[in-house]
Design a protein around this ligand. Structure first.
Ligand code: S3P
Length: 431
C-alpha cells in the first residue's frame, strides 16, 4: 500500500519516458525492416519489454542499453517459430499486434499468453477479421487468450470495424502488409494513427483517404536512428494534477502531441484549463513539443463517442478533473473502458465515490457531479487492482485533494510508467 498526501505545491519541469504506443510499433516495425534500427528513449514499462522479449523469441536480435535498443530487422518470412509460448504480460498491444503479424507468416506457429488481466480481454475482435483473410487462429471458448496461431498466406480484405481500436486496426494493417492484394480498414471514429504515420515514413504502400486506410504488400526501409517522443498519456496525470492544485506550474517537454492522443487537452480547454501545448518538431511523422499547465478553476463538460478514441486512456484522470469541476459532467459512449486492463468504468465510479463525488454510471456512460474544487475531495483507501491508470489516478487524487489516499496495487504502474512516483515527488514543493 502506498500513501499519497496533499502536496503544498506542484512545480517543475519534466521530460517523460517514450510513448508506449509508439515504442511497441517502433520495435515491431524495426524488426520487419532489413538492417539495424537504433531506437532511443523507448518506454520504460514492462509492456514495451514484453514486445522486445517476444521479438527475441521470434529470432529477432534486440540489444538494450538503458532506454535505447538496437533491433536487427529481417523480413517476416525469416522469423522463427518460438520454442515456448510468448508471454505478453499485461500488454494488450503486444498480443493484438503480434496476432496480425504472426497470422501472416506461413510456416510459423506460436501461442500467445498473458497475465490474469490480459487473459480476460476480448481477442475475437482481432481474430474474426483476420480469419476472413485466411488466418488460422484458435482462442479460448470465451474468445480470449491463450491465442494459438498457425501462420498462413493471407488474402487482402476490406474491413469495417464495429469499434474504434488502434490495436485491431494495426493488427489488420500488419496482416495486410503481408497479404496478397489490397487490404482496407474503416473505423467508426478515428483511433490513434501512429501505425499509419510510422509505416508511411518507412516507405510502406499505405494511403489514407476519407477515413479509409489502404495497404498493400511492400518492403520497409529501416527506421535508422530515432528518438521516441514522450508519452502524452503519462503527461496527462501531471497536467491534470497541476490544473487541480491551487499552487501549481508544470511543464513537460519532448512530448508526442499527435492529435489522436491529446484529445484530453481539448476536453480540458473546454473546461477552462490554463494549459498550452506547442509543437516544436516532427519525428517520423509525429508532432513533438511542450505542454504547460497552471492552477485552474474548471467547469463541467460533456464527452461523447466521437471524441472518446483520442482520450480513451485519459478518461479516468479526466473523470477526476470532472469531480473537481463546477457543475455536472457527462461522459457517454465510453463502454470500451469496461475491457481495458480492468473494468475502468466501474473502477472510476468506485474511486470518485470514495472521494465523495456523486456519480451515476450505466453500461457506457458516467455522470459526475463536480465538487467545485479539489480540496473538497475526501480520502480513504483505494484498491486499483491490476490497473496502472487507476493506480495513478488515485495517486493524483491524494496529491491534489483534501485528504490522504492509500493506494493498493501501485506496483501495476510498472507496466507503463515505473518512474511515476519519483516524477510526482519531484514536483512536490517543501512549503
Ligand atoms: C493502444 C490502443 C488503445 C489504448 C491502448 C494502446 C495502441 O487500445 O487503449 O492503451 O497502442 O494501439 P484499443 O485499440 O483497444 O482502443
Amino acid at each position: 500500500m502506498t500513501r499519497f498526501t496533499p502536496a503544498p505545491r506542484l512545480v517543475g519541469a519534466l521530460t517523460l519516458p517514450g510513448d508506449k504506443s509508439i515504442s511497441h510499433r517502433a520495435l515491431l516495425f524495426a524488426a520487419l525492416a532489413p538492417g539495424a534500427s537504433e531506437l532511443r528513449g523507448l518506454g520504460t514499462g514492462e509492456d514495451v519489454r514484453a514486445t522486445a522479449n517476444a521479438l527475441q523469441q521470434l529470432g529477432i536480435p534486440v540489444a538494450w542499453q538503458g532506454e535505447d535498443a538496437t533491433v536487427q530487422g529481417r523480413p517476416l518470412a525469416q522469423w522463427q517459430t518460438p520454442s515456448a509460448p510468448i508471454d505478453c504480460g499485461n500488454s494488450g498491444t503486444t498480443l493484438r499486434l503480434l496476432m496480425g503479424l504472426l497470422a501472416a507468416a506461413p510456416g510459423l506457429e506460436a501461442t500467445l499468453i498473458g497475465d490474469a488481466s490480459l487473459l480476460r480481454r476480448p481477442m475475437a475482435r482481432v481474430a474474426e477479421p483476420l480469419r476472413r483473410m485466411g488466418a488460422e487462429i484458435t482462442l479460448s471458448e470465451t474468445g480470449t487468450a491463450p491465442v494459438h496461431i498457425r501462420g498462413k498466406a493471407l488474402q487482402g480484405q476490406d474491413h469495417v470495424l464495429p469499434v474504434a481500436s488502434a490495436q485491431v486496426k494495426t493488427a489488420l494493417l500488419l496482416a495486410g502488409l503481408h497479404a496478397a492484394g489490397a487490404t482496407t480498414v474503416r473505423e467508426p471514429a478515428q483511433s490513434r494513427d501512429h501505425t499509419e504515420r510510422m509505416l508511411g515514413a518507412m516507405g510502406a504502400d499505405l494511403t489514407v483517404h476519407e477515413g479509409e486506410i489502404r495497404i498493400q504488400s511492400s518492403p520497409l526501409r529501416s527506421l535508422g536512428r530515432v528518438q521516441v517522443p514522450g508519452d502524452p498519456s503519462s503527461a496527462a496525470f501531471f497536467a491534470i494534477a497541476a490544473l487541480l492544485h491551487p499552487r501549481a506550474d508544470v511543464t513537460v517537454d519532448g512530448l508526442c502531441l499527435n492529435p489522436g492522443r491529446i484529445g484530453f487537452a481539448s476536453v480540458l480547454e473546454r473546461m477552462g484549463a490554463r494549459m498550452l501545448t506547442g509543437v516544436q518538431r516532427t519525428v517520423f511523422g509525429e508532432p513533438v513539443g511542450r505542454l504547460h499547465a497552471l492552477s485552474s478553476i474548471l467547469r463541467a463538460t460533456r464527452i461523447d463517442a466521437a471524441e472518446v478514441p483520442a482520450c480513451i486512456d485519459e478518461l479516468p484522470i479526466l473523470a477526476l478533473a470532472a469531480a473537481c469541476a463546477r457543475g455536472t459532467s457527462v461522459f457517454s459512449g465510453i463502454g470500451e473502458l469496461r475491457v481495458k486492463e480492468s473494468d475502468r468504468l466501474a473502477a472510476t465510479a468506485r474511486l470518485l465515490r470514495l472521494l465523495g463525488a456523486q456519480v451515476r454510471d450505466s453500461s457506457d456512460r458516467l455522470e459526475i457531479v463536480g465538487k467545485g474544487q479539489a480540496s473538497r475531495l475526501a480520502g480513504g483507501r483505494f484498491d486499483a487492482g491490476p490497473d496502472h491508470r487507476m493506480a495513478m489516478t488515485a495517486a493524483i487524487a491524494g496529491t491534489v485533494g483534501g485528504a490522504a489516499i492509500d493506494v493498493e496495487g501501485m506496483e501495476s504502474i510498472s507496466s507503463s510508467f515505473p518512474g511515476f512516483v519519483d516524477a510526482l515527488r519531484s514536483l512536490r514543493g517543501a512549503g
